[in-house]
Design a protein around this ligand. Sequence first.
Ligand code: ATP
Ligand code: MG
Length: 491
Amino acid sequence: MSKGSILVVDDESEIREGLELLLTSEGYRVSSAETGAAGLAKLEEQPYDLLLLDVSLPDRNGLELLREIRQRDAHLAVVLITAYGSIDMARQAFKSGALDYITKPWSNDELLAQVAQAVEAQKLREENLQLKRALKQRFNFPNIIGKSEKMLKLLDLVTQVAAARSTVLVSGESGTGKELIAKAIHSASPRADKAFVPVNTGSIPADLLESQLFGHVRGAFTSAVASKKGLFEVADQGTIFFDEIATISPETQAKLLRVIQEREFMRLGGTEQIKVDVRIVAASNVDLLTLVREGRFREDLYHRLNVIHLQLPPLRERREDVPLLLAHFLQRYCQENGKPPRQFSAGALKLMMDYDWPGNVRELENVVERAVVLSTQEKMDVDLLPAALRSKEIVRGVRLQLSDFLPPLPGEPGARTGADSTQPSLFQIMDEIERRIIVDMLERSGWNQTEAAERFLIPLSTLNQKIKRLGIDVRRRGRGAEEAYSAAPGK
Ligand SMILES: Nc1ncnc2c1ncn2[C@@H]1O[C@H](COP(=O)(O)OP(=O)(O)OP(=O)(O)O)[C@@H](O)[C@H]1O
Ligand SMILES: [Mg+2]
């Protein structure tokens, strides 16, 4: 199978032929054209994953041509070929919608890496677009990203339950998309053109919450100078969304139960029963059943809310959604910040694929936004990721086997009996572990101590002290890590 299709537009035959040879041998399908006009014609004939475009063509200026191509195809990945690199060139290239540029003469390895990345990004973008289209057709939820079985099943359920008026309980860890799903239920329901009213129950004191929910009549309390509609009335015919339902007080729980059962209530201080037709959706990031067992949440209210239960899976249980979410938020935040397209480096992607995302999609969204805002060039590397992700890199990169360090226990092979002066103490074991971690990081930083200190998030002076204390021989740079370990004293 081809790795992807590439069109080369360059007037120099050596470059065309050279690129064709190189890229074909790497498994790409390659076509080429000599002029801008011929290139445009080829683009009309069939879709390509990538266009390699010479900036100075005999018949056209490449940048001009690119702008024309953009009007026909907003998404085609384009890498420019230029005779010289300059900041101005880079700026112009990004402004006219290129993903990247290559300067003549290039190293084949670099070029192949750039091409691979551009094709990969293009395929992801294409997949995302198709997915959005498919999701839109299937569910009409254009802003919910996901292709994992768990998400698709959930969205199927959302579509099924949307039509009814049944109360829905949405549960899931923080940041998994509970509010997003609640809105999706509303917008897929016959109530879509009526109000969706979110109530954040967590941040409001009980009496204030009740007056917000049910409204009050004039004089109900000192500051009630006029009657006021409550949120239940505002949500009439629509949907009311209780976020963090677990935080409401027992008194409010009782009142809420009554509204759910009777679909009517009184304003605070009022005497008249008000009837409403609302759909109730509640969300919780703690397990309500546990709270019921602990006597902190009314069991009858729990059953009333839990008519239909939608459980949002944490992101670490649907890692296949991570690349799509990254692409989705990359596009959004580049656009929002007026930046040219950005990509994560392979190293950064790997860290993010391996990460557990305790804050789920919201955390991922924040990571992307932060990286885009701080980025100064197209490729975004590990250094733009927050410490929580990078500290994982430190631990992950060092393949520590505790059995390498610990003396065997009695009964295990090699165990010795009695006091043994050659057996290492805990301090020696800790030192050895620290030494290995530091040597490993130095290795991976090309024995550049400043870089290693940055990756460890410690000052260079601290790293220096540790190197001295542990007797790590930094003059042995370039040798294998194993040798550096064994060169250390005490081994
Ligand atoms: N599947 C998804 N596709 C696209 N964006 C998503 C998805 N899931 C969540 N998000 C985005 O992640 C952010 C957090 O989602 P949301 O507020 O719905 O989570 P939550 O479960 O209500 O979180 P919390 O428990 O902290 O209130 C929002 O910006 C939302 O748009
Ligand atoms: Mg929420």
